[in-house]
Design a protein around this ligand. Sequence first.
Ligand code: 6GU
Length: 257
Amino acid sequence: MRIDILTLFPEMFRGPFEASIIARAVERQIVKLELHNLRDWGEGRHHVVDDAPYGGGAGMVLKPEPIFRAVEAVQPLSPEPGRVVLLTPQGRLLTQAIVDELAELPRIVLICGHYEGVDERVREHLADDEISIGDYVLSGGEPAAIVLVDALVRRLPGALGSEESLVEESHAQGLLEYPQYTRPADFRGLGIPDVLLSGHHEEVRRWRRRQSLLRTARRRPDLLAQALRAEPQDEACISDEERRWLEEELETKLDSD
Ligand code: 6GU
């Protein structure tokens, strides 16, 4: 996969891209990450990229010309044109399903918005997709682009080591992770659940699954509702026995539709 990133702050990416799983994936040529400074396509001698909003108001708006020119210059750098994704708080909320969809593409071009916003014509006539990483305001799209790249890269074949992939597989999709412990078994008088020391693999598996369900029910009722609606072949799907156990534990009835 190739990801081109158009940004006014390429330096924000260097640290995150030079560490851990992303750096290793780049090294293994599983992903090609190309940073481009939008200012290179700025207007005039001062490479201006922003201007005041029509209609007045505070802040500056990213001008359309530098962004259109940048995309038009970057798309031909590789044979297949990339999906143009604008990172903005108005975008569709990023989920694992969206990450998995984007991870199938051979190429993506990310545009990082900044200042008070981006000229609407970029959204309407240049971007194929708009993504937000959550309902809070960032100063720019850069941290969101880093989040998206991280989530994408770990889905690419070969990006994770065998141990990391195993962790991925054991994580019930659509449910929160169960509690994890490592040595020592007694940390300052704080113990760990006995079942984890029992050596009964089936018991451990059942305990973890139930912890996942309980945690999801208490912290993310929205995710639990989705899992309760899942098809039987889905790993998140909750059996009748599990549902009854959960209802007892929560002392409440759960909707079955
Ligand atoms: Cl993609 N950009 C900005 N500026 N803020 C955000 C965001 C993006 N996603 C959540 N908040």
